[in-house]
Ligand binder design. Structure first.
Ligand code: M6R
Length: 601
């Protein structure tokens, strides 16, 4: 989703802005641009397409030391050069880059037009820049002009602005959307997330909602939501910039698939007492929890569905899982002893953040399961259980998902332990999981046969039962987002209630099996129904013998316990999506229309 960068210091701003935008590419975008001030005038460079094209366009003689940049993921206004950011005001003296949505866009536009302000793009960003401009041209200071602007805006935003009237500063503000400031040696940075700052500094300032900050080479001045001047301390980010690079891998997605044993190991580390075979989680939860509500989106939602199984089976606490975007608008019934868990890789997903806020406002205890330390969600929840996947750059979630499952497994055991249960065998299995994943990855380098089938298909079905049903959903999501091949995940037993009509000899059907005999027998019968109708079966299974006699392509995977098996099973599905995407010549790290962090509703 939209990425913002800014730079002020003594180096050539254009270089730093382009480097920052490259680091934010993974968020997803369709156009890009930068603005600087040269000779008292705004200088703009924009492209529809990739940063490489922007690089080629930027003026070699632009030696300005201050500027802003943007990668746009279109919301208001179609993808076009005109709508690409930075967007300038009606007199061409202020440029703004923005992430978020101005919800009262139409009424604000009408009232500005009534005052004689003209518009030349279809973006809601133009509202912001014109509001600031209108106030500034009417004699307000820049900070006051921004304050008046944000007070009239409804919605969530983060933006950075520069003006040719003062080439020595950047002004920023945020509400609900991510924006951080970086402090270097005699230079300052603005960015949507820490990834863009890591090559330059680890000292970052996290702004509060409705803060306004003016950054100049002398320092940072901040006003809070009451317009009182305040100090905001910096924090030190400890992510390793090297782990955010591709190394010898062709794609980030490939690298991140292969990093899973390490990521899982890191997520377990320090959280198990190996002698006592108990969990030692750093989070402190309320003593009495009568039910759990999980909210999440996309892949994180699938992790939540697995989490429900784990928590209900291991801790005996009734658990519900909602898409965050649905939860917010369904008037959920929550007791004051409910625990709300928000699962999010990025910690930035707007729907998840708003759902967590809703629960928090109703007085619930809230817990984030999140991969990005210090991200937005960690600032609004009571506790955070971090997954230690490290930076995930590929848009498709892989290691973030498996580490979420590990975190939820640990949490379910911890909740069970606090209810008086003990699970030494499950703990032993968990300690063995990184080795198992490693051997799974070594064993699945021969998936070309499957990718051959999928590559030629228009559609695919993924079937699973019980705790492996969410893995069917996740397999289908991976395939569609990476290869653009239509795919659906279904509970295997539901197939005969509709999707069976789709089965013919062109339809590949994946069966995802667990370790339980009884469920495998049922799954086998469901898959038999597919085979009878000519569907091509591909079965991911830790127990190949359970599917003997079926005409199928078997993908054997290492066997774990029933609760950890989904983590193993998903690996070949990620790999197949990756292989097919590469084979189709697609951009597997940045699939079309997708964004890594979805910061709009
Ligand atoms: O950062 P989050 O986990 O909150 O993101 C949620 C979804 O946007 C994300 O999982 C998305 O579905 C991925 N592209 C899946 O691969």
């Amino acid at each position: 989703m939209c990425g913002i960068v800014g730079y002020i210091g003594s180096r050539r701003a254009a270089d730093l802005l382009l480097a920052g935008l490259r680091a934010l590419e993974y968020r997803g975008y369709d156009s890009a641009g930068i603005a600087t001030v040269v000779g008292g005038k705004l200088q703009l460079f924009k492209v529809q397409g990739k940063i490489a094209a922007l690089e080629a366009k930027v003026d070699r003689d632009d030696n300005s030391n201050c500027g802003i940049g943007h990668t746009r993921w279109a919301t208001h206004g179609k993808v076009s050069l005109r709508n690409a950011h930075p967007i300038v005001d009606y007199k061409g003296q202020i440029a703004v880059v923005h992430n978020g949505i101005v919800e009262n866009f139409l009424s604000l536009r009408k009232s500005l037009e009534y005052k004689g302000v003209s518009f030349s793009t279809d973006t809601d960003t133009e509202i912001i820049v014109n509001l600031i401009a209108y106030n500034l041209y009417n004699g307000e200071s820049i900070e006051r002009a921004v304050k008046l602007a944000i007070d009239s805006i409804e919605g969530y935003f983060a933006f950075a602005a520069i003006t040719s009237l003062n080439a020595e500063s950047i002004v920023v503000s945020k509400r609900g959307a991510p924006l951080i400031l970086g402090i270097g040696e005699g230079e300052f940075f603005v960015a949507s997330d820490a990834m863009a700052l890591l090559p330059f500094t680890r000292r970052v300032v996290y702004l509060e909602d409705d803060d306004i900050a003016i950054i100049s080479s002398k320092g940072i001045n901040v006003w809070d939501k009451t317009f009182k001047a305040v100090e905001r301390d910096y924090e030190v980010v400890n992510w390793d910039p090297v782990s955010a690079e591709k190394g010898s891998y062709k794609h980030f997605m490939q690298k991140e698939i292969f990093e899973q044993p390490r990521a899982v190991y890191d997520t377990i580390s320090g959280r198990i007492d190996p002698l006592d075979k108990r969990t030692i989680l750093e989070v402190e939860l309320p003593k009495e929890i009568d039910r759990i509500q999980i909210v999440a989106c996309g892949t994180s939602y699938h992790a939540g569905l697995v989490g429900k199984f784990l928590i209900e089976n291991l801790a005996g606490v009734p658990t519900e899982v909602d898409y965050a975007s649905e939860f917010r608008y369904r008037n959920p019934l929550l007791s004051d002893k409910s625990l709300l868990i928000g699962i999010t890789q990025s910690g930035e997903t707007t729907d998840t953040l708003r759902a967590v806020e809703l629960a928090r406002d109703r007085g619930l205890f809230t817990l984030a399961v999140c991969n990005v330390p210090m991200s937005q969600i960690t600032r609004i929840t009571d506790e955070t259980l971090l997954t230690h996947a490290g930076p995930e750059i590929g848009v498709a979630s892989t290691k973030a998902f498996t580490t979420q499952l590990v975190a939820l497994y640990l949490l379910a055991i911890a909740l069970g332990e606090s209810n008086g249960y003990r699970f030494p065998h499950l703990i032993e299995d968990l300690l063995h999981l990184p080795v198992l994943l490693d051997s799974c990855l070594r064993g699945i380098d021969s998936l070309d046969g499957v990718s051959d089938v999928i590559y030629r298909s228009d559609s695919a079905l993924f079937l699973g039962r019980g705790i492996n049903f969410p893995i069917a959903l996740e397999g289908a999501l991976k395939l569609k987002e990476i290869t653009y091949i239509h795919a659906e995940g279904y509970p295997a037993g539901e197939m005969k209630h509709g999707p069976i009509a789709l089965i013919d000899e062109k339809m590949p059907v994946f069966g995802i099996s667990g370790v339980e005999d009884q469920l495998n027998k049922k799954l086998k019968s469901n898959l038999q129904e597919v085979s009878t109708r000519g569907g091509k079966l591909i079965i991911v299974t830790p127990t190949p013998e359970a599917f003997s006699g079926l005409e199928a392509y078997l993908i054997p995977v290492p066997k774990s316990n029933q609760y950890l098996q989904p983590i193993v099973n998903v690996i070949p599905l990620q790999m197949i999506a990756y292989l097919v995407g590469v084979r189709l010549g697609l951009d597997v790290d940045q699939p079309r229309n997708l964004a890594k962090s979805v910061t709009v509703e």
